[in-house]
Structure formats: structure tokens, C-alpha cells
Write a protein that binds this ligand. Structure first.
Ligand code: TXA
Ligand code: MG
Length: 342
């Protein structure tokens, strides 16, 4: 029986969370990237509940989470040496590897694709839940479809209260941006479908070639066939209109002076704050390094809504390293409204 309100469970209530999973219910789960909405990956009825709670399109596949590197073999039809080498280097951690799925993964979990993305998360609470449940866990990010991903249990509760039985508490997510999703083009080549904390540069220490899929930085129309269905959907968007502003500090400040209407606010680097304040521009900072910005930007998008911001102008991060992951999410949050300040 599902209570009307979603229960917050603590780590010492792991068995209660695992019992819900085994009973085919979805449970909120912290990971080092973002909170996920976990369920038994092999139970189509449980997976259906996850899609329903999120309002997620049925063709957008779920990532399957394991807690031991040996546990991916039964879930896929083959593990090429490059995939094994990547898993050994980056797991547990924020990397999802797509391989052909075995019969253990139902079609609904894979969004109807013949492949499955596998990830071994680093967060001790997600590892404990997978172990206690005794099954691989399918888990998309724990937000309502289209909204910013949750990096705290409070964010997840705001989206999911009354829609799922429970969320496991696990603090703030250290990475703050979802896992890097990769496919293998051939035995030497990795294709990055979604950038994350494991960067193309790091993947290049294991793979001979690393291709960043063009969809990472470009707009994909809804009728395009893409390698990763998530690339084409509206994503990460707060209620506020978002514009991503490229350019240096001086150019950004000049742009903001021209766009400083009522309801406008800026999301900037830490060093920009005093200069914005001196010009009477309402602003919040989201960090001074790529990693800090990754950990902060989803919360900042939610805060803008809480404060009634109508138009949020975001100073664009870099497009290399972890910055690429933040940039990839922000262009989608902005509905591809990207301008260059001069
Ligand atoms: O860090 C993460 O990956 C988090 C945590 C909870 O683990 N999960 C997450 O899941 O971000 P989700 O469902 O919000 O995003 C998964 C992305 C989607 O863009 C989806 O299209 C893509 O991965 N994906 C999953 N399986 C795929 C597959 N078999 N082929 C291509 N793309 C896939
Ligand atoms: Mg998501």
C-alpha cells in the first residue's frame, strides 16, 4: 500500500527500502551524480511505475545499476575488451556503458532498444540498496520528466511527493551532474552520448579514439533518430526562462545591464558577484571551477524558481573537461537559447 506522502528513509532503514524494491515499488536513491528513482530492472511492472511517476516518454531507456563489476555479464550479450577496460578503470563511478542487452533486461527497461546502459555507482547508499535488494536497479534521475535533476532528497521530494512510497536519504550529491553515457563504435573507439564527470580526456587514457557525439552540443529535433533517445527531449528546465550567455566577464556585465528588467536574475561565477552587485544586477553564484559549477547548477535552477525569477541569464561554463557536462545540460535548460555577449 502506498501512503499519500512519500516517506524519507535513513540508511539504517535500508531493509525497508529493499523490501519495497522486491515488492515491485519504486524508491528514491542517492548516487554520487544525482538522485535516481530505482526499481527492480527485471520487473516490467515496477519499471512501468517508474515511467509513470516521472511522466517519462516510453522510448527513453533507463540505466541499470549494479554493485559489483562481475554483475554486468548476465545483463549484456557480450563485453568487448575495451568495455571491460573502461569498467575496470572508472567503476565504481559516474560512467554508464551501453552494450547489447541480454534477455534479463525487459524491453520496457531499455525503452524498446536492443541495448542497455550499465553503471556501477560509487555512492555507498546506492551500493547498499542494490546489495540489499539482490537485483540490478533500473534508475533514471529522480525528477519529473523535463525538470532539473535532483541533487538532494528535498529536490526529489518536491517532484515526487505522493507519487512514490519512499526516498532514501543520502545527503547532497558530490558530482551534481548525471553520469557520462558512452557507446562503443568499434574495438578502439568510444562515443560520448552524454558528457559527465568522466571526461573525454579521461576516457582517452583507456580508448584510442574518443568521439563526442555531435548531439552533445547541438539541438536535435524531435523526429531525428539519435543514438541516445534522451538527447532529443526537453530537459532540465526550470519554470523561469533561461538564456545561456557566452563571453567574458566584461561582456557579460554589459549584456546584463541591457537586460536587467524586473524578474531578471543572473547565475554567474563567484568572481562576478561583486561586479553584478555594484551594478544593481540580481545574481547568484554557481562556483568558480567546473566541478563546483557541476555540483551547484541544478540546485541553482530550482532556487531561481523558488525566488520567482522569470528570466535567468546564465554565464556559460567552459566546454571542456567537466564544463562540457554543465554546458550540455544548460543549453537544454535554455531550450537552446544561447547568445554571445559583446
Ligand atoms: O548519473 C546517472 O546516470 C543517473 C543516476 C541516477 O544514475 N541516472 C540518469 O538517468 O541520469 P536518466 O534516465 O535521467 O538518463 C539516462 C540517459 C538518457 O539520456 C537515456 O536516453 C540514455 O541515458 N540511455 C540510457 N540507456 C540507453 C541506451 N541503451 N542507449 C542509448 N542511450 C541510453
Ligand atoms: Mg534524467
Amino acid at each position: 500500500m502506498i501512503d499519500l506522502n512519500t516517506k524519507l528513509l535513513h540508511e539504517n532503514e535500508m531493509e525497508e527500502a529493499a523490501a519495497l524494491i522486491r515488492a515491485g515499488e519504486p524508491v528514491g536513491m542517492p548516487t554520487e551524480t544525482v538522485y535516481g528513482l530505482a526499481c527492480d530492472a527485471g520487473n516490467p511492472e515496477a519499471v512501468r511505475k517508474v515511467f509513470a511517476a516521472k511522466g517519462r516518454p516510453a522510448d527513453n531507456p533507463l540505466i541499470v545499476h549494479i554493485a559489483d563489476i562481475a554483475d554486468w555479464a548476465p545483463l549484456v550479450t557480450e563485453i568487448p575488451p575495451l568495455a571491460q577496460a573502461l569498467a575496470e578503470k572508472f567503476w565504481p563511478g559516474p560512467l554508464t556503458i551501453i552494450l547489447p542487452r541480454s534477455g534479463r533486461i525487459p524491453a520496457i527497461t531499455a525503452g524498446g532498444l536492443d541495448s542497455v546502459g550499465i553503471r556501477f555507482p560509487a555512492h555507498p547508499v546506492s551500493q547498499a540498496l542494490i546489495q540489499a535488494s539482490g537485483v540490478p536497479l533500473a534508475a533514471p534521475s529522480g525528477n519529473r520528466s523535463g525538470s532539473p535533476s535532483p541533487t538532494t532528497s528535498a529536490h526529489m521530494l518536491a517532484d515526487m511527493d505522493g507519487r512514490i512510497p519512499a526516498i532514501l536519504e543520502g545527503g547532497s550529491c558530490a558530482c551534481g551532474v548525471e553520469s557520462t553515457v558512452i557507446a562503443l563504435d568499434d574495438e578502439k573507439t568510444v562515443r560520448v552520448l552524454r558528457p559527465g564527470f568522466v571526461t573525454p580526456e579521461q576516457l582517452g587514457t583507456v580508448a584510442e579514439n574518443v568521439i563526442v557525439d555531435p548531439a552533445v552540443l547541438a539541438q536535435i529535433s524531435a523526429d531525428t533518430v539519435v543514438r541516445s533517445p534522451g538527447m532529443k527531449y526537453k530537459h532540465y528546465a526550470p519554470n523561469a526562462q533561461v538564456t545561456l550567455v557566452q563571453g567574458g566577464q566584461a561582456e557579460f556585465l554589459h549584456f546584463m545591464e541591457q537586460h536587467n528588467t524586473q524578474g531578471a536574475a543572473a547565475l554567474v561565477f563567484d568572481a562576478d558577484v561583486p561586479l553584478c552587485q555594484a551594478k544593481g544586477i540580481r545574481c547568484h553564484a554557481y562556483g568558480d571551477t567546473d566541478e563546483a559549477r557541476a555540483a551547484a547548477f541544478f540546485a541553482a535552477l530550482r532556487e531561481a524558481d523558488a525566488e520567482g525569477v522569470r528570466h535567468l541569464y546564465v554565464r556559460a561554463p567552459r566546454t571542456d573537461g567537466v564544463g562540457l557536462a554543465v554546458y550540455n545540460r544548460l543549453i537544454r535548460a535554455a531550450g537552446y537559447d544561447v547568445v554571445t555577449a559583446e
